[in-house]
Design a protein around this ligand. Structure first.
Ligand code: 0A1
Ligand code: ZN
Length: 879
């Protein structure tokens, strides 16, 4: 556990001293021990200084070491817990090592480990060093050949990257398979799987007519839950051909689902390994959100084949080069499958709730950080989701066609290479002939910029002057910020709600359009629009054109007007969110209560017309009727008022329910399902609108509303409707919740993904007994502390999605989280580090809570043995 706690800096990057032309691996998988023999063909790079060969290796048991076939004497090499050093090596040579590892004891789930009876690997970021000695860095790319030997009966399936070139029956009850990957790759993309798995097969013909075998491997009882994932894979393959002109490059594409996985999935070349949560789905076991997440993650991993695998990252500081770009691509793909506006709203919601929170806390970091201790801690919403927003802004700045040309240029120029953010920006710049110098600051500057707007209508001149001021608050290690290049998509409405034609003074380019992009580049700048006979209503940062906090000057009437009329659906939604936020936050404050009451009438009237508008997309209607979540609301307060936010939001919910009861009831009835379950956007939208209405109706807290929830649960034919009703019943007083929980548990039939939902629903409950029930659940026979999904369902949901009960004022929620982190750290440091993030906002609470959280953090940091993952986050939080 005593890992190096040194800090690694981007500025210290040096190229590797050796090339590894080929890697031959030979695995003998065993129940007690696994033997890994490796044969590396190495060459010193001509420009690198002579010196020892140093390979990474994490606690490996070395059995044998040969240099050009000759066993090395003990004084010719050095070994420690983290590396192997061969003191003198020629210019070009073959190094052979044999090591022993114990996958069955590997609870950290990095390297080669077991998930149930399946052997599988996770090598990103630095797991390969737990398998064999190697340069465990992404800029060393090699050709891999892998032979796997295992017991034939227990492990009939033997998989690795590339094509299977040989199979043997070894006659002693064991068999072997040899796989060869024709593409050079970094070792983090290596994968191996072995187990007794079933396979769903399909085919795909690429645009140039090549046949690709598609195979999804799962435990046999899950074979009936793969159809959606397979369908998504084929759609993603076609989409990438049609949108980017990118074709798949091997003859086989395999996906394996395992139950124990630290993240969502992994893009290993030709052999993706997935958390089963992102593969398995049937209408009775998975919600609409699960179905959509599966489609998104399948696409994400597939898209990595180009953005990540064919062109990879030079070093881990460039992580967003593959992740930001690939998230952008998967979001774009998903928005082409569903309602574009709804998808954008969901993506922005994640960003504003989670990434903005990260940016305001002690763990704030740039999309391309400049230093780290443990790279596992940087698979964050900032690197992934803000990274995707940066790519999106580039698309907005360049225009969609130039952007695609730029991405293609980047992939062509760097195919087979390990690239940097600069390489990417250079290709885009060349494609668009544009200056992106200032834009590059987005990659190095942490924090969420605030843009405030003031405007002045000059009646005599029929002009409107808008002044934009940008300001970025300090983040750890970055006190002073420089102005960013911020694209602002703008439109204007006349008083009847009709779009106006824009005319920017002194700029002919935007003239005549109803929407244009303004390029903000200075701390403060004023722009003048002309030919405006009356004061217009502004619609700014349409589609959330930049990841900023927008501070506007709109009255509540204007927000209600935008919610009704804006042609940009995202801004309609955002106007409603801002109005609702104003009401909830003002409602908690005595002096502004009257304003809040007036605003509430305004909101109710707006909601009424949404509920009566039959022409509106149902999914969008459900979004427009959503109240901002408690985590987002907390971010808007100087000091978080935990109970105030919850109560304020509940009051608004109840007020709307009471006043619009008939409308909610009518829309609920009209949205009942007809026919078979489908995940088409129309059906998904209808269910989300129906369940939004149910959420309001439930707030009436009457005999009738409780009956409606019970009926909804009992008549549900799919997981979406069932879990929506279950959640409501568990939050309510009365016996219904317990009864339905019992029923739900029985239905779960030991399906781990459904059991996760059962745990999560209880962890999310706003009832006062929640903490006690979580304590009980920790010793429930179905609780598995070694399974990351289960831990995230119970402890993750409680600490990250239940602010009311996690922040209970006596600090007992904090103590529970700290205990779980402490117990988990020796088992799975990556997960422990993730859970510790639940404390990251501690400085934003009142004194009592602040002290209580600080105390728990100190308790953790003073433990004698801490993983590097946990120590880095906890230390940073206390700094
Ligand atoms: N590259 C994967 C995510 C991933 C990252 C790290 C992991 O283990 C430490 C596992 C998966 C993706 O973006 O999908
Ligand atoms: Zn990814």
């Amino acid at each position: 556990m005593a890992k190096r706690a040194e800090t690694i800096y981007l500025k210290d990057y040096t190229a590797p001293a050796f090339w590894v032309d080929s890697v031959d691996l030979h695995f003998e998988l065993g129940e007690e021990q696994t033997r890994v023999a490796s044969r590396l063909a190495l060459r010193r790079r001509p420009d690198s200084p002579s010196g020892a060969l140093v390979l990474d290796g994490d606690k490996l048991e070395l059995e044998q070491i040969l240099l050009d076939g000759r066993p090395l004497a003990a004084n010719e090499y050095l070994l420690d817990d983290e590396s192997l050093t061969v003191l003198a090596v020629p210019e070009s040579f073959v190094l052979e090592t044999t090591v022993v590892i114990r996958p069955q004891d590997n609870t950290a789930l990095e390297g080669l480990y077991r998930s149930g009876n399946i052997f599988c690997t996770q090598c990103e970021a630095e797991g390969f060093r737990k398998i064999t000695y190697f340069f465990d860095r992404p800029d060393v790319m090699s050709r891999f050949t892998t032979t796997i030997v295992a017991d034939k009966q227990s492990y009939p399936v033997l998989l690795s990257n590339g094509n299977c070139i040989d199979r043997q029956d070894l006659g002693d009850g064991r068999h072997s398979a040899t796989w060869q990957d024709p593409f050079a790759k970094p070792c983090y993309l290596f994968a191996l799987v072995s187990g007794d798995l079933g396979c769903v097969e399909d085919r795909f013909t690429t645009c140039s007519g090549r046949e690709v075998a598609l195979e999804i491997y799962v435990e046999k009882h899950n074979l009936d839950k793969c159809a959606h994932a397979m369908h998504a894979l084929k759609k993603a393959m076609r989409w990438d051909e049609e949108t980017y002109g990118l074709e798949y490059d091997l003859d086989i594409y395999m996906i394996v689902a395992v139950d124990d996985f630290n993240m969502g999935a992994m893009e290993n070349k030709g052999l993706n390994i997935f958390n089963s949560k992102y593969v398995l789905a049937r209408p009775e076991t998975a919600t609409d959100a699960d179905f959509q997440a599966i489609e998104g993650v399948i696409a994400h991993e597939y898209f990595h084949n180009w953005t990540g695998n064919r062109v990879t990252c030079r070093d881990w500081f460039q992580l967003s080069l593959k992740e930001g770009l690939t998230v952008f691509r998967d979001q774009h793909f998903s928005s082409d499958q569903v309602s574009r506006a709804v998808k954008r709203i969901e993506d922005v919601c994640v960003l504003r709730t989670h990434q903005f929170a990260e940016d305001t806390g002690p763990l704030a970091h740039a999309v391309r950080p400049e230093h780290y201790q443990e790279i596992n801690n940087f698979y964050t919403v900032t690197v992934y989701n803000k990274g995707a927003e940066l790519v999106r802004m580039l698309q907005t700045i360049l225009g969609p066609d130039t952007f695609i040309r730029g991405v293609r240029r980047y992939l062509q120029h760097h195919d087979g290479q390990a690239a940097t953010v600069e390489d990417f920006l250079m290709a885009l710049r060349e494609a668009g002939n544009l200056d992106l110098q200032q834009f590059q600051r987005w990659y190095s500057q942490a924090g969420t910029p605030q843009v405030s707007i003031t405007s002045q209508y000059l009646a005599a001149e029929q002009a409107l002057e808008i002044t934009f001021e940008q300001f970025c608050p300090a983040t750890p290690g970055q006190a002073n910020k420089q102005p960013l290049h911020i694209p602002c998509k703008i439109g204007m409405l006349d008083t009847g709600g009709q779009p106006l034609t824009l005319q920017l003074s002194g700029d002919e380019a935007g003239t005549g359009t109803e929407e244009m992009v303004l390029h903000l580049r200075q701390d403060k700048e004023t722009l003048r629009f002309i030919n405006l006979p009356e004061p217009p209503v502004l619609s700014l940062f349409r589609q959330f054109s930049a990841p900023i906090r927008f501070v506007g000057e709109e009255s509540s009437q204007t927000l209600a007007f935008l919610l009704k009329h804006d042609s940009d659906s995202f801004n309609r939604w955002d106007a409603g969110q801002r109005l609702a936020e104003r009401i909830i936050l003002n409602g908690a404050n005595q002096s502004s209560r009257e304003t809040a009451a007036n605003d509430l009438d305004l909101l109710a009237a707006s909601f009424a017309s949404i509920l009566q508008d039959d022409s509106l997309d149902k999914g969008l209607a459900a979004k427009l009727l959503e109240l901002p979540n408690e985590l987002y609301l907390a971010l808007q307060m100087q000091e978080v008022d935990v109970e105030g936010i919850h109560t304020g939001r509940e009051q608004v919910r109840k007020h709307l329910a009471v006043n619009l009861r008939e409308l909610f009831r009518a829309v609920f009835n009209a949205s009942q399902s007809t026919g078979d379950y489908s995940v088409e956007p129309e059906a998904v939208g209808r269910r989300s609108l129906k369940n939004r209405c149910l959420w309001y109706l439930d707030a009436l807290d009457t005999e009738e509303s409780s009956q409606l929830v019970a009926d909804s649960y009992r008549s549900a034919t799919n997981m979406t409707d069932r879990i929506a009703a279950l959640m409501l019943s568990v939050d309510n007083s009365g016996a219904l919740g317990q009864e339905l929980l019992g029923d739900f548990y029985r239905r779960a039939e030991n399906d781990p993904l459904v059991l996760d939902k059962w745990f999560a629903v209880q962890a999310r409950s706003s009832k006062p007994e929640t903490l006690a029930s979580i304590k009980n659940l920790l010793s429930h026979s179905s609780y598995q502390p070694q399974n990351p999904n289960r831990v995230r369902a119970l402890i993750g949901t409680f600490s990250r999605a239940n602010p009311l009960r996690f922040h209970v004022s006596d600090g007992s929620g904090y103590a529970l989280l700290a205990e779980q982190i402490i117990a988990l750290d020796p088992v799975n440091p990556q997960l422990a580090g993730y859970l510790a993030g639940g404390f990251s906002a501690w400085r934003r609470y009142d004194e009592g809570r602040r002290k209580a959280m600080q105390q728990q953090l100190q308790r953790i940091v003073s433990l004698p043995k801490l993983s590097r993952d946990l120590s880095e986050v906890v230390t940073k939080m206390l700094e």
